[in-house]
Design a protein around this ligand. Structure first.
Ligand code: ADP
Length: 399
């Protein structure tokens, strides 16, 4: 077990900055996922920790040792990659023990370690199987067992489940969590899949364009995203965003107003561009077949595309009452002037219907329009006194 510390780690490839002054401290025994879109620098960060890539700048420590210039074999790490490279002509026992035999370990010690590793990954009774006789998930477990027998102080896993089918991937997530509990070892895990990161990690390091955006427990990244990028990347379907401007009364968008006292927000002033974010589960349908009414439910919209998911229906709302407007085809949330929400599967609702919605004020996020940094999570406390009546106010689900 060991800490992993990256201090100002930068990796440049000619004019590409793959990793940009990364500062991360991973605790002893922690399971940390590096997550971000393809090309954001996850693998380069991982390869720098493993010693497969030499950073242009910065230092890397594993445990108490500065390993920045050490070769991979002297770092006490074991890697599991996306492509499971098992030797096809060797059975499971030989595949798992190959590295130990190469280093002339004693036979009894090899047997002890192989038995322990196959026990952990639940491959008992399969030691004489050939790789071709095993499923993708079983082969991946052999690859993990091969890492376990090395008894590393840190496991580095780079998209180890990416080649498995969706069902097996979900199953293997649970297996990896169990593995982490059993081995109690530091795990650094690379994935582009935010759901994988959310379900497995102690903390998620969200990376974009080589820079660390936020490193926090999954629910903190979900509920208190540091900026627009994290807000949009974590969560599926993703957060709704609507652009607007700060006024003396709160936020004004092209389609509705949010009332609060903007002086409670640091770093912005009246006239500044601000983006409002709200997750689909925090948008509530108040009435179907009724137009907006400023007194009770100030956001009027028209239903656009409906996506029945079985246990819920995703409803895309067009805030501008324009039927047939283009929707976000990726199903990753709605763009400005659209809101995505989810409703019960048995709700009678159809396309092109007038509806009204309310937003949970405690779940409204505001982001600086220029920097994208979060200004607040929840706007219910942004008032000294009860807000004056008369101007439409977007209320919570109970209002
Ligand atoms: P990720 O793992 O998040 O998909 P990578 O770490 O593989 O991202 O890559 C980060 C950036 O560095 C990308 O723009 C990629 O094209 C670039 N890159 C990675 N490896 C090399 C290399 N050997 N030579 C040049 N550019 C590279």
């Amino acid at each position: 077990m060991a800490r992993v510390t990256l201090q100002d780690v930068t990796k440049r490839y000619e004019d590409v900055v793959a990793v940009d002054e990364m500062n991360v401290e991973i605790e002893d025994g922690e399971f940390v996922c590096l997550v971000g879109p393809s090309g954001c620098g996850k693998s380069t960060t991982m390869e720098s920790i493993a010693g497969l890539t030499k950073p242009t700048d910065g230092t890397i420590e594993i445990g108490e040792a500065d390993v920045t210039t050490l070769p991979p074999k002297d770092r006490g790490v074991a890697m599991v990659f996306q492509n499971i490279a098992l030797f096809p002509h060797m059975d499971v026992y030989d595949n798992i023990s190959f590295g130990l035999r190469l280093r002339d370990y004693d036979t009894n010690e090899i047997d002890r370690r192989v038995e322990h590793a196959t026990d952990v990954v639940q491959l008992e009774g399969m030691l004489d199987r050939m790789p071709e006789e095993m499923s993708g998930g079983q082969r991946q477990r052999v690859a993990i067992a091969r890492a376990i027998v090395r008894e590393p102080s840190v496991f580095l896993m780079d998209e180890p489940l990416a080649n498995l089918d969706a069902k097996l991937r979900v199953h293997m997530r649970t297996e990896l969590q169990r593995l982490h509990q059993e081995l109690d070892t530091t795990i650094v895990y690379v994935t582009h899949d935010q759901a994988e990161a959310m379900t497995m990690s102690d903390r998620i390091a969200v990376i974009n364009s080589g820079s660390l955006q936020q490193i926090d427990p999954p629910l903190v990244c979900y509920n208190e995203p540091a900026n627009l990028f994290v807000a949009g990347f974590i969560g599926s379907p993703s957060m709704n965003f609507v652009d607007g401007r700060l006024t003396a009364f709160g936020l004004e968008t092209d389609t509705f107003d949010l009332k609060f006292e903007p002086e409670h927000l640091d770093g912005v002033s009246v006239g500044d561009d601000v983006t409002m974010g709200i997750r689909p589960e925090d948008v509530y349908l108040s009435d179907i077949g009724q137009s907006a009414d400023d007194e009770t439910a100030p956001i009027g919209a028209t239903t656009d595309v409906l996506e029945p998911m079985g246990d819920e229906i995703f409803v895309y709302l067009d805030l501008e009452h324009e039927s047939g407007a283009p929707t976000d085809e990726g199903g990753m949330g709605a763009s400005s002037n659209q809101l995505l929400l989810s409703v019960e599967p048995d709700l009678e609702i159809s396309e092109n219907e007038a509806v009204t919605v309310t937003l949970d004020r405690s779940k409204i996020h505001l982001f600086d329009g220029a920097s994208g940094e979060a200004l607040t999570h929840g706007i219910e406390d942004l008032a000294d006194s009860p807000l004056e009546q008369g101007k439409p106010n977007v209320g919570g689900p109970d209002e």
